[in-house]
Each structure stands twice: as C-alpha cells, then as structure tokens.
Ligand binder design. Structure first.
Ligand SMILES: *Cc1c(COP(=O)(O)O)cnc(C)c1O
Length: 473
C-alpha cells in the first residue's frame, strides 16, 4: 500500500474538522429525512457520490472527538499510523479466531501485548487479548474471576452455588459493571459499593469492613475492582493497599485501567500505578489514551490457565490446533471470529516508537496541568485531585449546565458535566495529543468572558487557534 494519498486525505479531514463545528446541531428527523430520500437502495449509486455524502454527514452531524478542543470522554485523536493499520486490516480481512488462519496477525498481537504485559509488571506467561473495548475486557475479568473462585460455576452455573457471589467497587467505578453483573447472571445487586475517601479513592477501611460484614451475612466475596483513572474524576484507587488486602482475603483483584493504564508508559506518571503489577487481571483500552481508532480494548490475565478454562471451546469445524502450535484465541477469550484489532497499536508503536508515545502522553498531561492552573488562577475551583489530565471544576454562583451549553453553542470547547460528591461540576479531559497551549489559553479566556457578564462576547472562534502540535500524525 502507498500511503501518500491516504496521508493527504488524513491531513485534509483533520483540517476540515479543526474548522469546526465541534458540536452538531441536528434533529433525528433531519438525518432520517436525508437518508430516506437519498437511500432506498433500489438503485446503485456511484461510490464517489456516496463517499462524498457520507463524509459530509460525518463532518456536520457528529461531535468531532478528534478536534483539539474536544475535552471529552476519553475518545482520542487518532494517529495516522493507526488509521493506515485499520485500512490494511479491512483490505486483508485477517481472521484471528485461530492461530493457523492468521499466524502473522496472531503473532503481531501477541508481540504487542507482551510489550504491555511487561510494562504492567505482569508475569511473562500471562494471557492477553485484544477485545472490542473495555467493557468486553471487564466482562472477561468477571467471568474468569468467577471461574477461579467457584470451580462448579462453569458447568453448573450460579444456581449451583450455596452463597451469593459479591464484587466490591466504588460508585466512581465504570457503570458498565452494572450491565456486566446483569449479563453474567450475577445480578446487579452482586455489586457492593465501597465508600470513597475525600479524594474519591476507594476507602480501604470500608472495603475491609464490607467484606467482613458480607462474609458474616453469608455472601461470597470473590472480586475487587479497583479503578486506575475513574471516568468522572480521573482518580486512581490505592492499588498496592488493595492488592495486599486481596491477597490476604483470597479475592481476585481486577484493575480497570481502561483510560489511565497508558500512564504506565510515562516515566513521570507510572509510579501512580504502583501496585498494578499485583493484579490478577487488567483492562486497558488502546482506543483511549493510546490514540488508536475504536474499538481496541485489551484484557490481561496473570493466570493463563484460568482464561483458557473460562473460554474453552472445542468444535469439529474449526481448523484443529496442531501439536505444539500456540493456543487459538477463540479458546482463550470471549470472541470467536475476530478482527486483527492489535495492528493499529502495533503500527503506531512501531512508527512513533515508545518515546513518541511517552511524548504524546506527557504532552497531554502538561496540557491538563496548564488547564488546571489557568482555571484555578482565574477564580475557578478545582474539585478533583489526580495526576492525570482530567479536570473537574466549578465556580460559586455559576450554573454549570448553562456554562456547558454556552461553551457548546459558541463552539468554544466540548466538555461534559459530572457529579462529584453529589455536586454538578464541569469536566474537561485532554484526549488529543495535538491540543496546544494556545488552545488551552483561548478556551479559558473565552470561559472567563462567558461567566463575566460585563465583558462583551467575542465572535466564536471556529478554527483551532494554534499550529498543529509538533507530534504530527
Ligand atoms: C471507558 C471505560 C470503560 C468502558 O470501556 P469501553 O471501551 O467504552 O467499552 C470501562 N472502565 C473504565 C474505567 C473506562 O474508562
């Protein structure tokens, strides 16, 4: 494949997006009307024409998560190398269900995952697989942990158990665990909420108290989910302390590091994840802070035999595993047919190198620090404490949802509202390695102008204000 044309397209799309708007204004009727009147699928349409129309729709009818002033929900700007990878995958359509159908694809994934396994400090023989996203990885963790704690679960199911299994997490943990508890048959009430301390971290004392109390009441605690980088406030639970407790109590420790896990690459951030090396399993999403297109989650498990037990499968129609050949992914993880998900991380990593990734991660961290500083020095109150580039903030007498809509309407920046300790706050997360200092300064200036009624409002600025950051593509 020759990438010049694709590189051109990538650069053009990027500058179209930078010109805005970041936030669409469209009704379902408008889109449905357009689709219904142009696409009844009765006649073929030239590909050029369809592509032009689809691009127009994507440019105008969605939140541009790759915009440098999208300060949103862990959706990254993507590197060019990772886009090339997804294009190649679509063209060659590798099937990774078993090893022999795509030895190349399987070994590329294994090589990439081994590299991260080592960064996390897990044993070399841990199992690791790419998943559709963090939710599948977290579901896998629950299923493997159940398989470990309750040997009859795999054959006879939960109804065979004499005590109800319980999982411990905080209200700051990802809300997907509610669905996971539902889907796995545990039931949503199997989730036991542990209190948080003043910084929103899991309280070890409360964890201990609840586990003891639940055991006394006949429940069967089996798993603790610690979050490294919570969704609302970017908080990292005390991993080492939780790990020690889990070891004493024979509880499975799952570290959900879907976003924050990428910090393990940075020499200046990685100590915040200390203790992650004791995890029984880890979730980390490449499609978050590792800046590749969706969907690319990863599930790491320190006990390869347990993953193989939980996801075992034997069928006559699949190519049989040759003696001595590596395990087939369809027998060690949740998916059956599967894309070569890992190529986008492999290619980006090979192209930028580890140091390129460290630069991208640390740049975003610096932009987060700058945003925090500028907000704080201009009268905003910073609500959360985290080393990661996620800032929750508020201001006396200011209605956050009004500020939020004004920010969006004026195309200043895309942010969200979060509830922190029951109070609504504004939440801004740096998810783009091309966001510049000038972008940050401009956004804070505009926000201050918005809340300061005396100053006349400037025209909304639709272009990213500064030249694209040096780490390009
Ligand atoms: C994003 C996220 C998830 C869900 O992952 P998806 O990739 O969206 O499925 C789970 N946990 C945490 C901490 C997350 O940040």
């Amino acid at each position: 494949m020759h990438i010049d044309q694709l590189q051109n397209d990538f650069t053009n799309i990027e500058s179209d997006i930078a010109r805005g708007p970041i936030f669409p204004s469209v009704s379902p009727e408008e889109i449905r009307g357009h689709l219904a009147s142009h696409y009844d699928f009765t006649k073929a349409i030239a590909l050029d024409e369809v592509i032009a129309d689809v691009e127009q729709m994507l440019l105008t009818w969605q939140v541009q998560v790759t915009h440098p002033r999208y300060f949103g929900l862990f959706n990254p700007a993507v590197t060019f190398a990772s886009v090339v990878a997804d294009t190649l995958v679509a063209m060659y359509n590798p099937q990774l269900a078993n090893w022999r159908t795509s030895p190349a694809g399987n070994e590329i994934e294994r090589h990439t995952l081994n590299w991260l396994t080592e960064k996390f400090g897990l044993p070399r023989d841990s199992s690791a697989t790419f998943t559709s996203g963090g939710s599948e990885a977290n579901l896998s963790a629950v299923v493997v942990a159940l398989t470990h704690a309750f040997p009859s679960y795999g054959e006879f199911g939960l109804q065979h158990l004499t005590a109800a299994p319980a999982i411990y997490l905080t209200t700051e943990a990802h809300h997907g665990y509610n669905k996971i508890a539902h889907m796995s048959g545990l039931g949503r009430r199997a989730l036991r909420t542990v209190a948080t301390d003043s910084q929103l971290k899991m309280s070890l004392a409360d964890l201990k108290r609840r586990v003891a109390e639940d055991r006394q009441n006949g429940l069967a605690p089996f798993m603790v989910v610690a979050t490294a980088g919570t969704t609302a406030a970017g908080v990292i639970d005390p991993l080492s302390d939780i790990a020690t407790f889990c070891k004493e109590e024979h509880l499975w420790l799952h570290v959900d590091a879907a976003w924050g896990g990428a910090a393990i690459l940075s020499p200046s951030l990685r100590h915040h994840l200390a203790g992650i090396e004791f995890a029984d399993s880890i979730t980390c999403d490449a499609h978050k802070w590792l800046s590749v297109p969706m969907g690319a989650g990863m599930f790491f498990c320190r006990h390869p035999n347990l993953a193989a037990e939980a996801f075992r499968a034997e069928v006559s129609y699949m190519p049989r595993k040759a003696d001595g050949s590596p395990d087939d992914p369809f027998t060690t993880s949740a998916q059956w047919s599967r894309r070569l998900i890992g190529l986008k991380l492999f290619l980006a990593l090979a192209h930028h190198g580890e140091s390129g990734y460290v630069d991208m991660i640390e740049h975003q961290t610096r932009m987060g620090d700058l945003l925090r500083e500028l907000l704080s020095s201009s009268g905003w109150q910073i609500i959360n404490t985290t080393p990661l580039p996620l800032i929750c903030f508020a201001r006396e007498g200011i209605d956050t949802s009004k500020v939020l809509s004004a920010l969006r309407e004026n195309q200043i920046a895309w942010m969200t509202e979060a509830q922190v300790c029951g109070t609504p706050v504004l939440r801004a997360c740096i998810t783009n390695f091309k966001t510049t200092e000038a972008d940050i300064h401009w956004v804070v200036d505009e926000m201050n102008r918005l809340v300061d009624q005396d100053t006349p409002h400037r025209e909304p600025q639709l272009e990213s204000v500064a030249p694209v950051h040096a780490i390009h593509g």
